[in-house]
Design a protein around this ligand. Structure first.
Ligand code: NAD
Length: 451
């Protein structure tokens, strides 16, 4: 099928590359000309495991192209994915200006043939009909007298760091539309994924496809992220209670997670959730609820619990080091999760703000963030090239991101380089006993100190 993906960020680029991989003819559009040039030269602008190789293979096979010209994309594509960003506004509502610009542009370039316009971006509930109206407005300004199209909501559930795996092995595919023609085309598009032709476990039953109305599909995306965020805030709250009563939250999580009604996923206590989706999506759902006269108290508490949780490592550092002014704290990891270079709304950024506000010197080491990244929010810290350089002269370390390589570090060597070997394991990721044997004062989240 002929597919056009507009917006080549973490979602758009992965979607475009994976659809090309399953045999579709894909053109990806981005209005960032430098990014397009980079991709045309075969380089991925983002880090995602396996993405670069799959991208170049599909370009060489002639199934994947990049352009900055929306008209070319709209002309070519029968299915047009909108995959641009929907960041949060200061009010907590979703900023839909990029979606609006793309929808208008699509309308202006419609050429008479039937198109399926797919909202892949996470858009506020009710946006399907709004996108239809914007496309019609654009068409009135453009060259199409009688545009023929339908709008579909097809929310994305991939996780950064395992985006390709998730695209080929989804738990479900949600298609929201009132048009049978559009639903049929979407089912054809995804058939190779549904039948697990590209899956890691091809013998599993077909991927469930849930066909809904537009509004329900849009709500599913927000409800899924809000539930996951709430589950993490819940276990973090339990962890804070564990801290006070002397229980170990890792054992408590295991004990409750064995209950199949609860499940063991998303029950790791730590320094809170972040990233490009949870914070903005939970806020946007609260905002939508308010717009419709409902006070979403549970979701507000989910956000507030997380706000406090992000700074819990500071409390723990203060308990050990007392005054942080003049001390040096090293952060192991910066990205909001491992295997991504994404720093959007990462808990590390709040930690940096608070530590520097308290007068501490902050150093950091992250496998994918280098000192030439030129990010203004990292300007006040020292980025090091490895963990040894990080530990050297530090009063304490905080493990912020659970990068696999942090489990394999020579902690005895790191301890020997530090003023006072203390580590706050912000993800309960390291083996407490090994760290203690290596000479560290190990502090977990919601876990009692070692005997
Ligand atoms: P992103 O910021 O990484 O990428 C957005 C891209 O859109 C950028 O390359 C930008 O240059 C491009 N763009 C902006 N305006 C454009 C225009 N007018 N024409 C063409 N291109 C334009 O965003 P993302 O993380 O990929 O997220 C995209 C959407 O998917 C968001 O709504 C997000 O909530 C949702 N989502 C993201 C994830 C995730 O893990 N990142 C997961 C599920 C859903």
């Amino acid at each position: 099928m002929q597919v056009c993906v507009i917006g080549t960020g973490y979602v758009g680029l992965v979607t475009g590359v994976c659809l090309a991989q399953i045999g579709h003819q894909v053109i990806c559009v981005d209005n960032d000309v430098e990014k397009v040039k980079l991709m045309q030269s075969g380089q991925s602008p983002i880090f995602e495991p396996g993405l670069s190789q799959m991208m170049t293979a599909n370009m060489e096979a002639g199934r994947l192209e990049f352009t900055a010209d929306l008209q070319v994309g709209v002309d070519r594509g029968e299915i047009l994915f909108i995959a641009v960003g929907t960041p949060a506004l200061p009010s907590g509502a979703s900023d839909t200006r990029y979606v609006e610009a793309v929808a208008r542009g699509i309308g202006q370039h419609l050429n008479g043939g039937y198109k399926v316009i797919v909202n892949k971006s996470t858009v506020p509930i009710g946006s399907g009909d709004w996108v239809r109206r914007i496309v019609l407005d654009g068409a009135a300004e453009g060259r199409s007298e009688t545009p023929s199209f339908d709008v579909v909501s097809n929310p994305e559930f991939l996780r950064e760091g395992s985006a390709i795996y998730d695209t080929f092995n989804p738990d479900r595919i949600v298609i929201g539309s009132s048009s049978e023609r559009a639903i049929d085309l979407m089912q054809q598009l995804y058939a190779p994924i549904v039948t697990r032709q590209f899956a890691q476990y091809p013998d599993l039953p077909p991927v469930p496809v849930l066909v809904t109305d537009l509004t329900s599909a849009e709500t599913i995306k927000y409800a899924a992220n809000a539930f996951l965020a709430t589950k993490i805030s819940f276990i973090n709250e339990v962890g804070n209670i564990c801290d006070r009563v002397g229980a170990d939250v890792t054992l408590v999580a295991k004990g409750i997670g064995l209950d199949t009604r609860i499940g063991n996923k998303f029950l790791q206590a730590g320094i809170g959730w972040g990233g490009s989706c949870f914070p903005k999506d939970v806020s946007a759902l609260v905002h939508t609820a308010t717009d419709y006269g409902y006070n979403a108290q549970l979701l507000k508490a989910t956000i507030e619990t997380n706000r406090q949780q992000r700074l819990i490592a500071i409390d723990k550092l203060q308990q050990v080091l007392k005054i942080l002014k003049g001390k040096t704290v090293g952060l192991l990891g910066l990205t909001f999760k491992p295997d991504t270079d994404d720093l959007r709304d990462a808990p590390a950024l709040d930690l940096i703000d608070r530590l520097t506000h308290l007068g501490a010197k902050v150093k950091a080491y992250d496998p994918l963030i280098s000192s030439d990244c030129n990010r203004p929010d990292l300007a006040k810290i020292t980025l090091t090239a490895n963990a040894q350089e990080l530990a050297s002269g530090c009063d304490a370390l905080v493990l912020v991101t659970e990068w696999q390589e942090f489990q394999e570090l020579d902690y005895a060597l790191l301890a020997s380089l530090m003023e006072r070997p203390t580590i706050v394991d912000g993800r309960n990721y390291l083996d407490a006993r090994s760290l203690a044997n290596a000479g560290f004062d190990y502090i977990g989240i919601g876990r009692p100190p070692l005997d």
